[in-house]
Ligand binder design. Structure first.
Ligand SMILES: NC(=O)c1ccc[n+]([C@@H]2O[C@H](COP(=O)([O-])OP(=O)(O)OC[C@H]3O[C@@H](n4cnc5c(N)ncnc54)[C@H](OP(=O)(O)O)[C@@H]3O)[C@@H](O)[C@H]2O)c1
Length: 282
């Protein structure tokens, strides 16, 4: 991937860090997004320990804050006019309901809105790259299997005292799949592809540790090391095999079904419109 530019969010975390390291190992210049200068520096130091000589640049972006996402996108575009790979890997799994400075419930803001907004703001750089065939520019959204979860369009931010991490987080994984499909549809013919990856349970990452209780035990006992969980996202981001593939959910390099609402074009359009409204986009 020498000469290519990649951007990874959540790069200070377990999975995002492993994906960023993998891209750096392949020779890409990896723009390492962290919520602060310190987190971005820590992420870069972690990657350099694994990949000495990695080509890295920091990008400060608090993904729960839309003004920070706008500033980070502008910062990126002031440095680069091309983006070959965008991996959205940041996420939260929070016990308590919190509201961001934009007035959006934190889990929805970070897990869904940030994916929507950052990707939209970087589309010019992604499509610029796509002008050079035969390979694609690639968007890889970390998501998850979502079972029989549905989105409640009347209450996407779990208001009204109904918040719990089990009620509020799984729908954001379905939302990521729907947004991935909608990006794929809108970008059809542009040379940019978008896919979602289910990493499985990842061992020892802070995401589930924060919730504690059985999750800590479950993730540490049954989770796969982040390096292993990063295989499918990296494959989607770099492999010739996945050139031209778009709009799918993958795990262990196999396409997964997207049952229920995950196959409903109306649902993905409604979600897109809701996100555009919350982001103040036309
Ligand atoms: N762990 C699993 O079993 C599992 C399963 C399915 C899907 N996933 C998804 O996989 C992704 C990676 O999870 P992980 O297990 O690697 O968790 P992790 O280690 O907790 O990583 C999450 C990353 O997101 C970053 N982040 C959170 N809020 C942010 C914000 N407002 N601004 C900027 N960065 C922010 C964190 O930064 P800080 O460290 O600075 O907070 C961290 O780098 C997540 O999107 C998650 O939903 C995970």
């Amino acid at each position: 991937m020498d000469g290519t530019v990649a951007l990874v969010t959540g790069a200070a975390g377990g999975l995002g860090g492993a994906v960023a390291s993998g891209l750096a190992r392949e020779g890409a210049l990896v723009v390492v997004a962290g919520r602060s200068t310190t987190r971005a520096s820590e992420a870069m130091a972690g990657i350099r320990r694994l990949v000495p000589g990695a080509k890295l640049e920091p990008l400060v972006c608090d993904l729960s804050d839309q003004s920070s996402i706008h500033a980070a996108a502008a910062d990126f575009l002031s440095r680069h006019d091309r983006l070959d790979v965008l991996v959205n890997a940041a996420g939260v799994f929070r016990k308590e309901r919190q509201v961001t400075r934009d007035g959006i419930e934190l889990t929805f803001a970070t897990n869904v809105m940030a994916y929507f907004l950052l990707t939209n703001l970087l589309l010019d750089a992604l499509t610029h790259r796509a002008a050079a065939p035969p390979s694609n520019s690639r968007i890889v959204n970390i998501a998850s299997r979502y079972g029989n979860v549905r989105l409640n369009f009347d209450d996407l931010q779990t208001a009204g005292g109904k918040y719990s991490y089990l009620r509020s987080t799984p729908p954001t994984m379905l939302a990521r799949v729907l947004l991935t499909q909608e990006f794929a549809e809108r970008l059809r013919g542009s040379g940019v592809v978008a896919n979602a990856a289910h990493p499985g349970l990842v061992k020892n990452t802070t995401l589930l540790q924060d919730v504690g209780g059985p999750f800590r035990w479950i993730t540490n006992t049954f989770g796969a090391p982040a390096e292993k969980a990063a295989d499918t996202p990296l494959w989607l981001a770099t492999s010739r095999e996945t050139t031209g593939v778009s709009g799918k959910l993958w795990a262990k390099r196999k396409e997964l079904p997207t049952p229920g609402m995950g196959s409903d074009p109306e649902a993905r359009k409604r979600l897109w419109d809701a996100c555009a409204h919350l982001a103040g986009m036309p």
